[in-house]
Write a protein that binds this ligand. Structure first.
Ligand SMILES: Nc1nc2c(ncn2[C@@H]2O[C@H](COP(=O)(O)OP(=O)(O)OP(=O)(O)O)[C@@H](O)[C@H]2O)c(=O)[nH]1
Length: 354
């Protein structure tokens, strides 16, 4: 699951729980307020329950969970402030202000949660002082001190909890999707991104290509210069790939000295040319390790989404076969399919005759 998706699913679950609580409590309060003749308050509560019920249906399927969380919070908090500003509301209803930091942080994260909490709790506090400022027993120092300390405690704890949760989630996401040696994407992330790119390619008909790269005689580097030198080479190769490719390309390390690159918006012919540029760049690269210069080459297999396969497994298989051909032909070369090669040759012939 993409990190963004994991976060989205977390928020979706919290929002669904919050909507259920809102429906039940709003209907309960409406049922208490109707017999007391507080019709406007009761109808606002019924409207809030209806809005939450409608949202419950939308939220099950929407991809825009964060936007719906914000809309729901703005409606819920504005309705709360509206109800608290009614002259017939009990001072005990202001206790609900203490719940604001908890729900805003759970639904909107630490940043938006903090700002909305400060805004709406501040507004609620101001309404309380305006309404009950003339009743000495309701604005006694110990009453206000209790309220302020309780409010700051829930705000501080909610903020601290959410910040810590967000940081751990980020750390776990990094661990789950990044190769620790090179900092490139790992297999799990490549699979994730491939699914996204595959959907784009299907919907928009844009081309997509895959390169499989394998360093030549890498074992020798390890054997002759040590494992550390091998690691230095892998990192230098990763940085070279990042420098030569676009930010939208996904570069991943699959294992050992094998790398996979996903080139979006790139057809097989262009991918073949890019692979050739990468091959030449590595050939010219001098990698320094403990005062020694290490030289290395790479073999590359190219596959194109569509002609060579419709999923990652099929494309990887084809790219791997072509990589094997490149190795078999003497290494330090790029191999595409017959169709790709024919395309390049046709172009070369056209160039020669023009
Ligand atoms: N330094 C280092 N070496 C690694 C790492 N992962 C795998 N290797 C080594 O990579 C080498 C791969 O060797 P082979 O699969 O024989 O391939 P090669 O020597 O590159 O030969 P060809 O691919 O046929 O050109 C092995 O010696 C592994 O121990 C790593 O993270 N760091």
């Amino acid at each position: 699951m993409h990190p963004y998706q994991a976060d989205q699913e977390h928020r979706r679950a919290v929002l669904q729980a919050m909507l259920l609580v809102t429906i039940v409590s709003a209907l309960l309060f409406a049922a208490l307020n109707f017999p007391d003749g507080m019709f406007l308050v009761a109808w606002i509560q019924v409207a809030l329950a209806a809005f939450a019920a409608g949202l419950l249906v939308v939220v099950r399927r929407t991809q825009r969970v964060q936007a719906w969380c914000l809309r729901f919070m703005l409606v819920l908090l504005s309705a709360t402030i509206l109800l608290l500003s009614r002259p017939d509301i009990s001072p005990y209803a202001f206790i609900w202000l203490l719940v604001i930091p908890l729900v805003t942080h759970l639904l909107l994260g630490s940043r938006l949660g903090l700002w909305l909490s400060l805004g709406y709790m501040g507004a609620g506090g101001a309404i309380y002082l305006y309404r009950f400022g003339a009743s000495p027993e309701l604005v006694r120092v110990e009453v206000l001190a209790n309220a302020v300390i309780a409010a700051l405690t829930t705000l501080g704890m909610s903020h601290f909890y959410e910040r810590t949760r967000e940081r751990s989630e980020l750390k776990l996401t990094r661990l789950a999707t990044v190769d620790p040696l090179t900092g490139l994407a790992n297999r799990a992330r490549l699979i994730d991104v491939f699914h996204w790119e595959q959907a784009q390619a299907r919907r928009k008909g844009t081309p997509l290509s895959l390169l499989m790269l394998d360093l030549d005689r890498f074992k020798r580097i390890n054997d002759e210069h040590g494992h550390e030198a091998g690691d230095t080479v892998l990192v230098a190769f990763a940085r070279m790939l990042e420098k030569r490719l676009r930010e939208t390309d996904l570069i991943s390390r699959f294992g050992g000295e094998e790398f996979l690159v996903l080139l979006n918006n790139t057809d097989g012919k262009r991918a073949l040319a890019i692979a050739e540029e990468l091959r030449q760049s590595l050939e010219q690269l001098a990698i320094e390790h403990q005062g020694k210069i290490l030289k290395l080459t790479v073999s590359i297999g190219v596959a194109e989404y569509g002609p060579d396969g419709m999923d990652l497994d099929a494309l990887s298989r084809v790219a791997d076969e072509r990589l094997y051909q490149a190795k078999a032909k003497g290494r330090n070369r790029v191999c595409g399919g017959p169709a790709l090669r024919a395309g390049v040759e046709r172009e070369a012939a056209a160039d020669a005759t023009s």
